[in-house]
Ligand binder design. Structure first.
Ligand code: PLP
Length: 425
């Protein structure tokens, strides 16, 4: 049952307080009140509380012409994030060069500090990029490797990163090698073992995803980093899908380099990403864009990227506020709950094959599936054209990728399940 905003306020325990209700209503459904408090319940308990999540869903303005279960490419921002962007856009256009030459610098630093706090590291170790591609190209192309030092990468990496690696090999002669990891491992140890076997005598750096774009597999990054470090290998982590999706902090991962897109699971404005480099590794990386004034050990050497739109990182601050008000652990539990809610109803159907790991330790919201005898693109088209359900059709062996998010309604997943049942008969 869809909950009204009033029900939502009730769940916050403030419906009877006239003033609080009035202030919550200012700006209608698109505002998360500044004093918003998520009820103090266990994440597992809250994950199933539809009235709470209906209130969160009210923060979004989404098309009612189709059901969007593809937040993997881009996750829409809540209204207040969009409003923050627009407000900043207007302000910057009023103040123009005066803003750009003035408070812009401090505002960028303040936004970075908020992002660093969310990532659990020092602002001296991160910078705001446009996306994962920019962050990861910086490392892949800029890492100072000696002749003959090898870069290895798993077979489940994103094509743009593979191309960056191939370009590096062509441009600098860096030896590169792809290694296989199981798509649907039964245990985390299988992935660790595949990484262990992949390391050769010349290997100096490994690239691996924190959440595989094809099927949502979450490899055990910390264990992989530890084993790499024992063998003198550095680790670049492609976290495009993992940031603000599964709940973690940089120190948990033990990685050397990390790149992510904030416009995916954080719900930050399009064109925001993060590059993390462990402090002592900063001198090991050339920036993509020339910078000769900042010290070689300063993260700011990656920030001479030309004039950029200040509304994007100001909007990002609001996305961080909303994320923190909900709570990273609560969000992760809800996302996993949504995935489980549709998968559990279709996984036993005779022609349906689940192509992702579905245990809690190796997956969260993303899950892929196929229907025997159907090309994934045709399956995705049928879901959209016949049922109004938008998902991503991947290459044949990877099936169709389903990515629910906080705005996904239970009835959206009911429709997906109904469609799969009908298509799989
Ligand atoms: C695993 C992975 N890495 C990198 C990227 C690139 O992200 P962006 O286009 O935001 O740079 C994607 C995009 O979907 C991805 O899935």
């Amino acid at each position: 049952m869809v909950q009204t905003r009033r029900d939502f306020l009730k769940t916050l325990g403030i419906a009877s307080l006239g003033m609080a209700v009035a202030s919550c209503r200012v700006g209608a459904a698109d505002r998360l009140p500044r004093d918003f408090k998520t009820p103090n319940r266990t994440p597992g308990d809250l994950a199933a509380d539809e009235s709470y999540w209906a209130g969160i869903r009210d923060l979004y303005e989404l098309s009612d012409e189709f059901i969007n279960i593809e937040s993997g490419y881009y996750s829409p921002a809540v209204q207040s994030t969009i409003e923050a962007q627009i407000k900043q856009l207007r302000r910057v256009n009023k103040e123009a060069s005066r803003y750009m030459r003035g408070v812009r610098v401090d505002e960028f630093k303040a936004a970075k500090a908020k992002l660093a706090a969310l990532a659990g590291c020092s602002p001296d170790e991160i910078t705001i990029t446009r996306n994962s591609t920019e962050a990861l190209n910086t490392i892949i192309l800029g890492l100072k490797l000696e002749a003959g030092e090898e870069l290895i990468y798993s077979d489940l990496e994103y094509p743009s990163m593979v191309q960056a690696i191939e370009m590096r090999a062509k441009r600098y002669g860096t030896p590169i090698r792809q290694f296989d990891i199981p798509n649907v491992p039964s245990t985390k140890e299988e992935v660790i073992e595949a990484c262990r076997k992949a390391i050769g005598p010349k290997t100096k750096v490994m690239l691996i995803s924190h959440m595989v774009f094809l099927n949502g597999l979450v490899p055990p990054i910390r264990e992989i980093c530890d084993l790499c470090h024992e063998r003198g290998v550095e680790v670049i982590v492609d976290g495009a899908h993992a940031f603000a999706h599964v709940d973690w902090k940089v120190p948990d991962l033990h990685c050397d380099y990390y790149g992510t897109s904030l416009h995916k699971w954080l719900g930050s404005p399009l064109g925001t990403g993060m590059l993390y480099i462990k402090k002592e590794k900063i001198p090991r990386v050339w920036p993509l864009y020339a910078e000769m004034e900042k010290g070689d050990d300063s993260i700011e050497k990656f920030e001479r990227t030309g004039t950029r739109p200040p509304h994007s990182y100001i909007g990002m601050e609001e996305a961080i506020r909303v994320h923190e008000a909900i709570g990273g652990k609560n969000k992760e539990a809800r996302l996993r709950y949504l995935k489980n809610s549709w998968v559990s109803r279709v996984k036993e159907l005779p022609r349906v094959k689940i192509l992702s790991p579905i245990t809690d330790d190796m997956s969260c919201a993303i899950c892929s599936f196929s229907i025997e005898g159907m090309d994934p693109k045709d399956l995705a088209d049928a879901l959209m054209n016949r049922y109004g359900v938008f998902v991503a059709g991947l290459k044949s062996e990877y099936g169709v990728r389903v990515c629910p998010n906080l705005y996904t309604k239970p009835e959206h997943l009911d429709r997906l399940v109904m469609a799969i049942r009908e298509l799989a008969v």
